[in-house]
Design a protein around this ligand. Structure first.
Ligand SMILES: NC(=O)c1ccc[n+]([C@@H]2O[C@H](COP(=O)([O-])OP(=O)(O)OC[C@H]3O[C@@H](n4cnc5c(N)ncnc54)[C@H](OP(=O)(O)O)[C@@H]3O)[C@@H](O)[C@H]2O)c1
Length: 276
């Protein structure tokens, strides 16, 4: 891909995190890319492209003023109230300077619906605090001029040694049971695919709401059992968690804002990548 170093200045809030850091590594060679970290680690404290930032204590405006990003990627975790205020400030900055905001949202924006998978234009509705929080930020951002916003709704993200798989490995090592949700039907994705999708959205100046889940759906328990089949060398005890009696969907499928074929993914590809 063409090097485009001068075109954008990209600030990744949460650049030290699992997905944020994968995005930093994907975009770094092509754009002036900056990131934030909260937990001091040498990798970030010695990297001049990184700013220390604690959403509960620091004003994001100060980083925005120093960094002057043309694009902000929000890949943060942290206190929801503090994150809401930070996103208000980012929105005000974007109104003033025309900055684009790419927000990592979640399939949980639909967790109150259980009977069907969700598409981009469906009304969001959540019963969880996390889902509520994501919807609140989405709605705040979606009031900006449409070209300035990309809301990316992600399902569970996997990758080789991702935090979820590390947690499972830890449970196995400690002879603990692994939780599965047998009546949860979901879609999944791969970290590498998400970063390529974001790169494409930036290069092609795409905006709007994107559903970045695999094109097919999987049962949570079957998907986890597949993963266990290649990461566990011993018998693993499964703890079956039933939240409802009937099948429940937590899946974000694309219909209106589809990415090209090579940027779509199936659950089978996710599993194949995890086995590499
Ligand atoms: N992972 C998934 O499957 C998934 C699915 C759907 C949506 N998402 C969304 O994707 C985003 C990134 O998730 P992730 O899994 O990559 O999370 P993660 O690995 O936990 O990374 C979170 C990032 O936020 C930073 N952070 C945490 N608390 C903070 C605070 N108080 N102040 C400032 N920064 C703080 C962390 O900094 P330090 O590490 O330096 O402390 C890190 O850079 C989140 O918004 C999440 O809701 C993730």
């Amino acid at each position: 891909m063409k090097r485009n170093l001068n075109k954008h200045r990209i600030l990744i809030l949460g650049g030290s995190g699992y997905i944020g850091n994968a995005i930093y590594k994907e975009l770094g060679p092509y754009f002036r890319t900056f990131g934030t970290y909260r937990t001091p680690k040498k990798e970030f404290t010695t990297n001049k492209q990184f700013f220390h930032y604690n959403v509960e204590k620091d004003d994001v405006y100060e980083i925005l003023q120093v960094c002057k990003p043309t694009i902000v990627v929000s890949a943060l975790r942290g206190d929801f109230h503090a994150q809401t205020i930070a996103h208000q400030h980012i929105t005000e900055y974007a109104q003033q300077f025309g900055t684009k905001i790419i927000f990592l949202s979640s399939a949980n924006a639909f967790d109150a619906y259980s009977k069907y998978p969700s598409y981009e234009l469906d009304k969001t509705l959540s019963h969880s605090i996390y889902g509520h929080f994501k919807i609140k930020i989405e709605n705040m951002l979606l009031r900006l001029p449409s070209k300035q916003v990309a809301v990316l709704r992600l399902p569970m993200v996997f990758g080789i040694n991702c935090p979820r798989i590390q947690d499972i490995k830890q449970l196995i090592a400690e002879n603990e049971s692994v939780e599965v949700f047998p009546n949860l039907i979901m879609n999944v994705t791969l970290d590498k695919k998400v970063t390529q999708q974001i790169h494409y959205i930036i290069n092609r100046n795409k905006s709007g709401v994107f559903h970045l889940g695999s094109t097919d759906l999987v049962h949570h328990d079957e998907f986890v059992k597949h993963i266990l089949s290649f990461i566990a060398s011993k018998q693993v005890v499964l703890k079956q968690v039933f939240t409802t009696n009937e099948d429940r969907y937590l899946a974000v499928l694309p219909k209106f804002n589809r990415l090209p074929k090579h940027l779509q993914i199936t659950s089978q590809t996710v599993l194949e990548e995890l086995q590499k």
